[in-house]
Design a protein around this ligand. Sequence first.
Ligand SMILES: [Zn+2]
Length: 262
Amino acid sequence: MDGFASPLMLGFLGSLAAGLMTAVGALPVLAGREPGRAFRDMSLGFAAGVMLAASFFSLIIPALDAAGQTYGRGAIPALIACVSILIGMAAVHLMNEALPHEHFRMGREGPDAVALRRVWLFIFAITIHNFPEGLAVGVGFGAHGLEGGLPLAIGIGLQNAPEGLAVAVALLGEGYGRARAWVIAALTGLVEPLGGVLGAGLVSISEPLLPWGLAFAAGAMLYVISHEIIPETHRSGHQNKATLGLAVGLVVMLFLDVWLAG
Ligand SMILES: [Zn+2]
């Protein structure tokens, strides 16, 4: 029983549950109910809003608090947060740049190949940003137990559902079968428990790493919001619905975080 409640186990289970919400969100495509583009853009906007609020309320502010406990007031905590956020953004940028290009250079040319490549870049970005999301959930459980991890696990789980739906719908649009589209969407979420275990493990080993890890995860998420998710929701003329979704996601996560974390 002791092992069940250990930070590592909580981090694993919490991030696994959050990651599985990706598969749950993609379920409508299995049932044959393909949501319209406007609904998809609004729900993906919701995901962006949740991620935006989570970046600040669940990651950057806790990072500043943690650094403040070690270094006191002054410029150092802010400096640590700034540097880690930029490193997190740069890391996702470099991965985004480096990995997919060679893979697609050999593909066929023409508009089909371009559309397929764009879809896979989107899926790739969703997949890699799930790692810091899992990391954040794991760090939350590792550093502050159930109270620290639960709001993050719920918030991250909430925004994974529309992300899973978006991935599956994008694949359907490129001619993938329903089952395959769902499985690929589900797989993108299973990156999350990997980050969860690493986050919970790192924090229980090394307290000084905590502010760096939290702000790094925030930077990685902010990059994906700006570079992939928001542009994706604005490509088909549903900007108003996307922004409405973002507003709702932002306040839902803000409320959850302040309420559940006390
Ligand atoms: Zn996300």
